[in-house]
Design a protein around this ligand. Structure first.
Ligand SMILES: Nc1nc2c(c(=O)[nH]1)N[C@H]1C(S)=C(S)[C@@H](COP(=O)(O)O)O[C@H]1N2
Ligand SMILES: [Mo]
Length: 248
């Protein structure tokens, strides 16, 4: 998909931040997530408020060309089957034929969506830059349906506010609906034209292009739509000292 307004997002942020009054815009009508008001996280709060105020139109991140695709390191968990998840190891043995993404919570049609179900949804390809908090970046092409397509297929209810994501390695995280419904937020089952490799989150990972790398959860198992913010306890990012919102 060719996209014209590639620089809009960064330009909007820079333009907005240089104007001090912009932070006072009443663009963020929803309250901040309740457990997110920690003093050490004030800067992140500011980022969250500024992004939500300045980027109401879900502006797109930059997309690259095939020639830009780079070497791509794998970090964090690189094989849940070898690091403690028997369930994942069993799915692996069967080439993920029995894998399914459980969709729960505030949806009219909760259930398990197989790889074939996800592949039936309209899919898109995007070549984007991944930025890890460790200080490296890498570019790859990702293929899969938008998270919004799945949630619409599942009948997301109007009371929805957040979506919680769970991975086979015990990771848990949550996103607000602005990020969930961003047009480049996808459930990637393909990477660089092949099935998503194990070290990068097989069979399906989240690609959340609007935030830093650790928010793109690998090894997806379950998603739950809720009407309240949940810090996800010790499996979530906040209690481990990571920012819940880390927009780029
Ligand atoms: N389930 C799960 N998702 C995860 C991680 C992880 O360890 N487990 N690591 C995160 C981090 S810190 C980064 S930078 C990216 C790394 O993705 P990659 O291994 O494909 O490079 O995945 C993110 N998602
Ligand atoms: Mo990372």
């Amino acid at each position: 998909m060719k996209r014209k307004h590639l620089l809009t997002r960064r330009q909007a942020i820079v333009a907005g931040l240089t104007s001090a009054t912009a932070l006072l815009l009443p663009g963020c009508s929803k309250p901040l997530p309740p457990t997110y008001g920690h003093i050490l996280r004030m800067g992140d709060n500011l980022t969250y408020v500024a992004h939500r105020a300045l980027l109401p139109g879900q502006s797109l991140v930059r997309e690259y060309s095939r020639a830009d695709i780079s070497n791509f390191p794998a970090t964090g968990t690189t094989d849940p089957g070898k690091s403690g998840s028997e369930e994942y190891a069993r799915l692996q043995q069967n080439a993920f034929a029995n894998w399914g993404l459980s969709v729960e919570g505030l949806v009219d049609r909760p259930g398990t969506y197989s790889l074939a179900d996800l592949q039936k949804l309209p899919s898109q390809k995007q070549i984007t830059r991944h930025t890890c908090e460790e200080g490296w970046t890498a570019i790859a092409e990702w293929t899969g349906p938008r998270v919004s397509s799945l949630l619409q297929a599942a009948g997301i209810q109007t009371s929805a506010q957040f979506v919680n994501f769970f991975g086979y390695d015990g990771y848990a995280d949550c996103l607000d609906l602005v990020d969930v419904f961003h047009p480049q937020t996808i459930l990637a089952y393909g990477m660089n034209g092949r099935n998503l490799p194990t070290q990068h989150g097989a069979p399906v990972r989240l690609r959340l292009e609007t935030q830093i790398g650790y928010k793109s959860m690998k090894y997806l198992q379950r998603i739950v739509v809720t009407d309240h913010f949940d810090d996800m306890g010790i499996n979530g990012s906040i209690q481990n000292g990571w920012a819940w919102y880390n927009g780029i």
